[in-house]
Design a protein around this ligand. Structure first.
Ligand code: 13P
Length: 255
């Protein structure tokens, strides 16, 4: 029997402003249970890491929310214009870094191997990578879901060896992201079970690995998704920008 706190992580994507972020974070901590029964994080655009860190001083309640980045370089330092290293993220107290989000795979041509290297760079700096995997609509319709997600996860397992028990996996079917089309709880659970079995074969500590679901998770559908045996939390896009919705999802994960 797994005894593990669920994790609800907001992925703000390329949204926000200094003023909007402050309002959102203030609303979140005002509505926040004193001792949330799940872990909560927000993954903010890189320029706002410093703002979050400064706000933790001003708003002590904010320390109940962990900070995450949306990407990290696979490189340690040097001539890599535009990249942010894991050591830099660590300086801003980032606990998590999303790697391999489908938007980065699609628009920035990130390969399975690069995503695995990014996960490794994060782990080396003491940051937990949230490794995103998921099939496209065409792949699902061709019956290739299992093959695709297993290939994506296998690359990360191959590169990270026994450290694999330290990662978080996020299953995000590409066709469900930002579309309002959610995988049914049963569809999501079926894929999570496949991933759990793959992790089990790779490490004795697979029960430590949280497998989040992402893709149009919202206040209305969170409870049924989160009630599935192998869904250990959520990676939330649009609904993480609305404090009321995000708080409802946090409550659903705390039930
Ligand atoms: P939405 O919740 O907006 O569908 O986004 C999901 C996602 O991509 C989280 O990383």
């Amino acid at each position: 029997m797994k005894i593990m706190k669920k994790l609800i992580a907001g992925n703000w994507k390329m949204n926000g402003s200094l003023a909007a972020n402050q309002t959102l974070l203030q609303e979140l901590i005002e509505g926040f249970p004193l001792q949330p029964a799940c872990a909560v994080a927000v993954c903010v655009p890189a320029p706002y890491l410093a703002q979050f860190r400064a706000l933790v001083q001003a708003l002590p309640g904010l320390s109940a929310i962990d900070l995450g980045a949306q990407d990290v370089s696979a490189q340690v330092s040097g001539a890599f214009t535009g990249e942010t290293s894991a050591a830099m993220l660590k300086e801003f107290d980032c606990r998590y870094a999303i790697v391999g989000h489908s938007e980065r795979r699609q628009y920035h041509f990130e390969t399975d191997a690069l995503v695995a290297d990014k996960a490794k760079a994060a782990l080396a700096a003491g940051i937990t990578p949230i490794v995103c995997i998921g099939e496209t609509l065409a792949e699902r319709e061709a019956g290739r879901t299992e093959e695709v997600v297993k290939r994506q996860l296998a690359a990360v397992i191959h590169t990270n060896g026994h450290c694999i028990s330290e990662i978080v996996v996020a299953y995000e079917p590409v066709w469900a992201i930002g579309t309002g089309k959610t995988a049914t709880p049963e569809e999501a659970q079926a894929v999570h079970a496949v991933l759990r079995a793959q992790l089990k074969a790779a490490t004795d500590h697979s029960d430590r690995v949280k497998i989040l679901y992402g893709g149009s998770m919202n206040a209305a559908n969170a409870a049924s998704l989160l009630s599935q045996a192998d869904i250990d939390g959520g990676l939330i896009g649009g609904a993480s920008l609305k404090s009321k919705d995000f708080l409802t999802i946090i409550a659903a994960a705390s039930a």
